[in-house]
Write a protein that binds this ligand. Structure first.
Ligand code: S5P
Length: 490
């Protein structure tokens, strides 16, 4: 089989298609590639394996791996034909972590050939490499069926990896145009789309006005402490808050755990926040359908939208949760019993709830069910909604793991980290703590601390200690990197 045959076959089998396709990101693409079904077409599978074998002839490696799922069956056949061990990494491990136990046996220092179906940016290849390298393997070569990137080969080469591909998207477009299988303008649209995708990748700036405002407050007050004030009555709540106010950037509130909540609570809280120069984060963890979270946010007895600067949100139900919380009213059904928001909301005065969200991207609890792909989707959603998403709630197994995760977040959004105490440890209910210094040096912009402060015999002194250590660590790291919004005045 030649490259030409491969391109023609993939198009004939509808594994490379042209038309209008909505991608997971919501972008509309003029073409679509999905090589998963090649494994159930024996002739094509054999031919593609032969092409792979030809391509890798002469490369030096000890073990072979395929990235699940599409490339794994190919790797198995390649390994068998060459008499080399097959190994693979389990899919769905900790988000951006090393995680991913490797199945199969190998020796430290073994050179590993990595087979994958596609390369789009090269970034996921580098992530995979980290996991293999952390396990003691050496990765030198990647081989893929289709290179649909603009410059993955150069990017990988700059890091010392070689990329081999059976065919590039450009070649496929040329062949299919020449053979009359697609019109020249279809090919042109595909090229244009790829170029635009390339341009929008990487450093696309994400600006969230609230994140910039909070970062400015932290810098002004020299604190990155978020006090998680999980008191169960208003007396304790305000006593603790008054004593810790000078030390904190934000107070995080679970308003529904107060035994004696009444409408004076938000008023008193807001006025303390104004006087004490800190923000209010309602840790409501909204998670329902858009219409329900809208009612929960704006109504009920708490009317969170009126007094919280920001709220926490689980993205499990999809992007509708953000639309429901912060979007315009047009399409939503009537909100029974809820009058339109006309009351003053701190610093917006727009008459319509505005607000900002921190998305739960990773949790601090042991054995939580968040997977790597879920975390990615959450970060994608946050990136796609920069107006509403000020940042993420996240955690890490250790400082390195946290740093890798932080790297994936847009600089214009903040990482707030719960599960922090002076020393690493656990509570008896699944909570994991990372040490404060590690957490900040690893990439937490704000640290969320509850029992470490209010559980101390002297909460005010504890808050001061957390503030000092947290701030010192942040300065040592070079401060918060939230860039100012593009134009002043927002
Ligand atoms: O993953 C998470 C997310 C959050 S928001 N893990 C958490 O612990 N939290 C919250 O942070 C939790 O609801 C609690 O209010 C706070 C941690 O409290 P601490 O007493 O364990 O410091």
């Amino acid at each position: 089989m030649t490259t030409r045959d491969l391109a023609l076959n993939l198009e004939k089998e509808k594994l490379v298609r042209f038309g209008t396709f909505v991608l997971k990101s919501g972008k509309v693409s003029p073409f679509y590639i999905d090589l998963r079904d090649t494994v159930s077409k024996p002739d094509l599978f054999r031919n593609m394996t032969d092409l792979l074998l030809e391509k890798i002839r002469g490369l030096d490696f000890d073990v072979v791996t395929g990235i699940p799922y599409t490339a794994l069956p190919y790797a198995a056949v390649v390994a068998e034909r060459l008499g080399k061990p097959l190994i693979y990494r389990r899919k769905e491990e900790k988000a951006y972590g090393l995680g991913g136990e490797i199945v199969g046996s190998f020796k430290p220092g073994d050179r590993c050939l990595v087979i994958d179906d596609l390369v789009t940016t090269g970034e996921s290849k580098i992530e995979t490499t980290r996991a293999f390298e952390a396990a003691g393997l050496r990765v030198c070569d990647f081989v893929v069926f289709i290179d649909r990137s603009l410059r993955a080969a150069e990017d990988l080469a700059a890091r010392g990896y070689r990329l081999h591909s059976l065919v590039s998207l450009e070649e496929i477009l040329d062949i299919l145009t020449r053979e009359g299988r697609i019109a020249p303008d279809q090919a042109e649209q595909a090229r244009l789309f790829t170029r635009q995708l390339g341009d929008s990748q990487g450093d696309s700036p994400v600006h969230n006005p609230y994140a910039a405002k909070l970062a400015a407050l932290m810098a002004r007050k020299k604190t990155n402490l978020v006090l998680s004030l999980d008191a169960t009555n208003c007396g304790d709540f305000f006593r603790l808050l008054e004593s810790a106010a000078p030390e904190i950037a934000v107070v995080k509130v679970h308003v529904d755990i107060l035994d004696d909540f009444d409408p004076s609570f938000p008023e008193r809280l807001s006025s303390l926040a104004r006087e004490g120069d800190f923000h209010i984060l309602a840790d409501r963890k909204f998670a329902d359908i858009g219409n329900t979270v809208r009612l929960q946010y704006r109504g009920g007895i708490y009317r969170i939208a009126r007094w919280a600067d920001a709220v926490t949100v689980h993205m499990i139900s999809g992007n509708g949760v953000l639309q429901g919380l912060f979007g315009e009213d047009e399409k939503a059904g009537p909100a029974p019993g809820i009058r339109p928001e006309t009351g003053p909301r701190r610093e917006t005065g727009t008459g319509r709830p505005a607000g900002s969200a921190f998305l739960l991207a990773r949790m601090s609890t042991e054995g939580n069910y968040i997977t790597e792909s879920y975390t990615r989707r959450v970060v994608e959603a946050g990136r796609a909604h920069p107006r509403w998403v000020a940042g993420y709630i996240g955690h890490g197994d250790n400082r390195e793991d946290l740093a890798r995760f932080r790297e994936k977040l847009p600089p214009g959004q903040l990482l707030l980290m719960p599960g922090v105490q002076l020393q690493a440890g656990k509570d008896g209910l699944g909570q994991r703590y990372m040490g404060l210094d590690e957490a900040v040096r690893g990439g937490a912009d704000g640290v969320i601390v509850g029992r470490g402060i209010y559980g101390d015999a002297d909460p005010a002194a504890a808050a001061k200690r957390y503030r000092e250590i947290g701030w010192r660590a942040l300065e040592a790291r070079g401060g918060i990197r939230v860039p100012p919004p593009p134009s002043a005045g927002s």
